[in-house]
Design a protein around this ligand. Sequence first.
Ligand code: B16
Ligand code: MG
Length: 218
Amino acid sequence: MPKKAVIFDLDGVIVDTAKYHYLAWKKLANQLGFDFTPDQNERLKGVSRVKSLEILLEIGGVSLSESEKERYMIEKNENYLSYITKMDENDILPNIKSLIQHLKKQGVLIALGSASKNAKQILDTLKITFYFDAVVDGNEVSAAKPDPEVFLLAAKLLKRNPDECIVVEDAAAGIEAANTAKMLSIGIGKKEILNEAAFVLESTSLLTNEFMDKLIGN
Ligand code: B16
Ligand code: MG
């Protein structure tokens, strides 16, 4: 089936916000009296804010009331946003902007499929909102990745069948979601973590226009 749409994940694919999520969760962990390592952070990639907090608390062996959880999530998000507001177009990961421009020129549809509730604000900060034919983020879906809802909704908004879509993702949960949606998955990151993806590239610098042209069939 020819590919007619590309659905990009946000954190870790378009922009390296994963490091800011990590710093904000680490600060909270330290506040709660335990450490939080980059390896442990892999489990939080691509999953929703509330699920991230649950995983963090499980790692630290801490239990909190619902109201405390709400309060800590607000605090974590404020801390995260303090990093995000300092970003600009220079924070877009290598080749992503030129790839999006290249795909658009060829009539390939572009969507965002992100778990983040801050996604629209980040796209605006990076000044790339207008490239997207559809934006689906954590505010629109009820089931978080690895559930395929986010990508299926993006395909529906683009009026494309799942097998016409390519998904670019940096999280194992996102690759699982794309595969369950019957879309072609490209993982950005380590092979050991993203081994379920159809293709794995170590960084977005390898996600070249030529590589995508071949997958799209141009
Ligand atoms: P927020 P993505 C995901 O974004 C992140 O990978 C994940 O670490 C984060 O917990 C989630 O968004 C929710 O983010 O707190 O901003 O709503 O990778 O799906 O673009
Ligand atoms: Mg991601």
